[in-house]
Design a protein around this ligand. Structure first.
Ligand code: NFS
Ligand code: SF4
Length: 646
C-alpha cells in the first residue's frame, strides 16, 4: 500500500486531501496522525475518569497500582467504560426516535401543517404489529395511538416490556432476553440506571455491568426500530431509486447544499423546499439547486427521495474543499466541529439547526417544526446568498462518482423477492442458502475510523464476502462507502460476485422488473435502519423455524467509531448475531471483560463480538461463521427427518 493509499481508497477524497495539503489546511486525517502514538491506558480501556480522584490507571508493577484509588480492578474499569459508550449511543438513537414520535403525535393532533402521514399502509402495518386497534378508526386516531405508544417507551413507570422489542422479536429470542434479565421496560430509565450502576463505588461486578449495558443496548434497538417505523409513516417507505455517489455529485453550476447529520425531520423539508425554489437559484445565476447528503440524514433522503451521496463521515470536510459547497445544513450527531474553520477559507455557510448542536462561529437557525417549510426555505436562501459569493477560481470538484441503486427498505426488498416467489418472498434467500448458492447474509454497519485507511476495511471485507457468495445489506457510512466505490450497482455484481451469488442475482434481475440491475450490496438506509436488517434476519429465523442465533447471518462494523456503533453492535450480540469489529476497541485491557464479550456471550446469547483489523482475515472468519451455522442447520434438519421417519 502506498503512502497515499494509507489515507483512503476513495479517489475523490485523495484528490481533495492533496488540495488540502497544497493550501496548508489540516484535516481530520492530519489530526488523526497527530494523535499517534496513543496512550496505552486509554487505548485498552484501563484508564478510569469516573470520579475526579482520577484519572486512575492500572499500573500492575507499582504496589497499590493494580487497582484504581477506590479499589476498582481492571475488569470493573473496562466494563464501566464500555457500557458508558452504550449509554451514549442509546441516548442518541432513542432521542432521535423520540423527536420523530413527538412530531408524529403533533401531526395527528393537527398542530403541524408541514408534515403529514405519507404512508398510511405502513401506519396500519405498524399499528397491527404493536396491537393498536385499526378497525373503523380514523387515520388521525390510529396515528395518535401509535405515536403515544412510541412515547410511552421512554417514560412508563409500570413494568411492561418495550413494545418495539416484543413486537419485532420471535418467542425464542424474547425468552433469552427474559432469562438473562436484560429485557428493558423504559428507555430513559435503563439509560439512567446504567449511569447510576457505573457511578463511583457502585457496581464492581463486570458481568452484572455488561448485562446492564446490554439492557441499555436493547433500548438503543427499540429507539431506532420505532424511529424507522415512524419515519416511514411520516415520509414514506423507500422504494428502489437510482442516483449517484461521491464528491462528483456536487455540481459547479448549481447552488449546492449538503444535508448532514441524522434526523429526517429537517432534511426532508430542505429537499422539499428546494424543489420549489429553483427559480430563486436561477435568479442568482445558478442553474438550480442541488441537494447532496452526508452521513445518515443523507441516507434517509437517499432512501426516500433519491438524493445523491456526497461522502461519508471521515471525508465530510472535503466536501467544503471542493469550493462549490454553498451551505452545509446540519442537525445532530457525527458532525465535525472542524467544519466551521474550514468553511472560513471558503464562502460556505455552516448552518446548525438544533438546540443541542451548535458550533461556535457558525450560523444558527433554530429549526421549528411548526414552520418547517419556512425554516427550510430560509436555510436555502442563505445558501443562495452564499452562492453569490462563491469564488470560481477556488472551485475544483473531483470528477469522480458512481451510479447508485438504493432504497431497499425491507418492504422494497421483499417486493423484489416476491417477483420470484409470490407466495413466500423470504424463501428466495433461504432457498439460495439451502441450495448452496449463497452462504448467508451479512450486514455492514457503522462509521469511518481513521485508525486505518478510510473506507479500506469496508471495501475489502465486502469484496471478499462477495467472492464467497454472501448476500450483503448495508447501512450508515458503510453503505455510503459502497455507493462511492461502485458496489451499489449491477456492475458491482459482475465485478465482484462469486458464481453462486451471480446465479441468485440473475434470477432476481430477470423478474425484478426494474429499469436497472440490482446492486451487489443492498442499501437499507441510515444507522437507525439497522432495525430493517434485524427484521430481515428475524423473518428468516421464522421461516426457517430457527432462533436468530442459528440463522446464517453476521454483522460487521469494519470501521466502527461512534458510541452509537458500539450500542448497535451490542444489541446485535444480544439478539444472537455474530459481530465483527474492524478496530480493536478499548476493552482488551481486561482479559476477563474481553472474554465475556467475545466468548461467554456466545454461550449465553448465541451472538458475540470479534475484533479483526485485517479485512481479509475478518471476511474469512465471517464466512467460517456462516458455514458453521449452515452445517449445524443441515445436521438439525437430518436429525428431524430421521425422527419423522421413525
Ligand atoms: Ni452511524 Fe450515521 Fe456514520 Fe457512524 Fe455517524 S453517520 S448514525 S454513527 S459515522 S455510520
Ligand atoms: Fe479512580 Fe475509582 Fe475514581 Fe475511577 S472511580 S477515577 S478508579 S477512584
Amino acid at each position: 500500500m502506498s503512502e497515499k493509499e494509507k489515507r483512503t481508497v476513495d479517489v475523490a477524497a485523495a484528490q481533495m486531501l492533496d488540495k488540502a495539503q497544497e493550501i496548508g489546511f489540516l484535516t481530520t486525517f492530519d489530526r488523526a496522525k497527530a494523535q499517534e502514538p496513543r496512550c496505552t491506558f486509554g487505548n485498552t480501556g484501563i484508564c478510569c475518569r469516573i470520579c475526579i480522584q482520577g484519572p486512575c490507571r492500572i499500573l500492575p508493577k507499582k504496589p497499590g497500582g493494580n487497582k484504581g484509588i477506590c479499589g476498582a480492578a481492571d475488569y470493573t474499569i473496562v466494563a464501566r467504560n464500555t457500557v458508558r459508550y452504550i449509554a451514549g449511543g442509546a441516548s442518541a438513537h432513542s432521542d432521535h426516535g423520540r423527536h420523530i414520535a413527538e412530531t408524529l403525535l403533533h401531526v395527528a393532533e393537527g398542530k403541524l401543517k408541514d408534515y403529514q402521514v405519507t404512508d398510511p399502509d405502513k401506519l396500519m402495518r405498524v399499528a397491527k404489529k404493536i396491537g393498536v386497534e385499526t378497525e373503523g378508526r380514523s387515520v388521525d386516531d390510529i396515528t395518535k395511538d401509535v405515536a403515544n405508544a412510541a412515547l410511552d417507551e421512554f417514560g412508563r413507570m409500570h413494568e411492561q416490556d418495550l413494545t418495539w422489542i416484543t413486537s419485532n422479536c420471535i418467542d425464542s429470542r424474547l425468552a433469552v432476553l427474559h432469562n438473562t434479565t436484560i429485557m428493558p421496560t423504559n428507555i430513559n430509565l435503563s439509560i439512567a440506571q446504567l449511569l447510576h450502576q457505573t457511578h463511583v463505588g457502585n457496581d464492581a461486578d463486570p458481568v452484572n455491568i455488561i448485562f446492564g449495558g446490554l439492557k441499555t443496548a436493547l433500548c438503543d434497538y427499540d429507539g431506532m426500530a420505532l424511529a424507522t417505523d415512524l419515519s416511514d409513516i411520516l415520509f414514506g417507505t423507500g422504494v428502489p431509486v437510482v442516483t449517484e455517489a461521491n464528491l462528483g455529485a456536487i455540481k459547479a453550476d448549481k447552488v449546492n447544499i449538503a444535508v448532514h447529520g441524522h434526523n429526517p425531520l429537517l432534511s426532508q423539508m430542505v429537499v422539499k423546499a428546494a424543489r420549489e425554489m429553483n427559480d430563486e437559484a436561477k435568479a442568482a445565476g445558478a442553474s438550480g439547486i442541488n441537494i447532496v447528503g452526508i452521513c445518515c440524514t443523507g441516507n434517509e433522503v437517499l432512501t426516500r427521495e433519491g438524493v445523491a451521496i456526497a461522502t461519508n463521515f471521515a471525508t465530510q470536510e472535503l466536501a467544503i474543499l471542493t469550493g462549490a459547497m454553498d451551505a452545509m445544513v446540519v442537525d445532530v450527531q457525527c458532525i465535525m466541529p472542524s467544519l466551521r474553520s474550514l468553511a472560513e477559507c471558503y464562502h460556505t455557510k455552516i448552518v446548525t439547526t438544533m438546540p443541542i448542536m451548535k458550533i461556535p462561529g457558525s450560523y444558527h437557525l433554530a429549526f421549528d417544526e411548526h414552520h418547517a417549510i419556512d425554516s427550510a426555505k430560509e436555510i436555502i436562501r442563505l445558501a443562495i446568498d452564499a452562492y453569490k459569493n462563491r469564488d470560481a477560481a477556488k472551485v475544483s470538484i473531483p470528477d469522480v462518482k458512481s451510479t447508485v441503486v438504493a432504497g431497499f427498505t425491507l418492504e422494497s426488498l421483499l417486493n423484489i423477492f416476491k417477483k420470484v416467489n409470490p407466495d413466500n418472498p423470504i424463501r428466495v434467500l433461504i432457498d439460495a442458502i439451502e441450495a448452496g448458492e449463497i452462504k448467508g447474509v451479512a450486514l455492514f454497519a457503522g462509521c469511518n475510523n481513521l485508525k486505518g485507511p478510510h473506507d479500506y476495511n469496508h471495501l475489502t471485507v465486502a469484496q471478499e464476502l462477495a467472492k464467497n457468495d454472501v448476500f450483503m445489506v448495508a447501512t450508515g457510512c458503510a453503505a455510503q462507502c459502497f455507493g462511492k466505490e461502485g458496489l451499489l450497482n449491477g456492475e458491482g455484481v459482475q465485478k465482484y460476485a462469486g458464481e453462486g451469488l451471480k446465479k441468485l442475482f440473475a434470477r432476481l434481475n430477470e423478474k425484478a422488473g426494474l429499469t436497472t440491475e440490482l446492486p451487489l450490496v443492498f442499501h437499507m438506509g441510515s444507522c437507525v435502519d439497522n432495525s430493517r436488517a434485524q427484521e430481515l434476519v428475524t423473518l428468516m429465523a421464522k421461516e426457517m423455524g430457527l432462533d436468530n442465533a442459528e440463522v446464517p447471518y453476521v454483522a460487521t462494523a469494519p470501521e466502527a467509531m461512534s458510541e452509537k456503533a458500539i450500542a448497535i453492535g451490542s444489541w446485535n450480540v444480544a439478539l444472537g448475531n455474530p459481530v465483527h469489529v474492524g478496530v480493536v476497541p478499548p476493552i482488551v485491557g481486561s482479559t476477563l471483560v474481553n472474554d465475556i464479550v467475545t466468548k461467554i456471550a456466545e454461550d449465553v446469547f448465541g451472538g458475540f463480538f470479534f475484533w479483526e483489523t485485517d479485512p481479509v482475515k475478518a471476511a474469512g472468519k465471517m464466512v467460517e461463521i456462516l458455514e458453521e451455522r449452515n452445517w449445524k442447520n443441515r445436521i438439525r434438519a437430518k436429525a428431524r427427518q430421521a425422527k419423522e421417519a421413525q
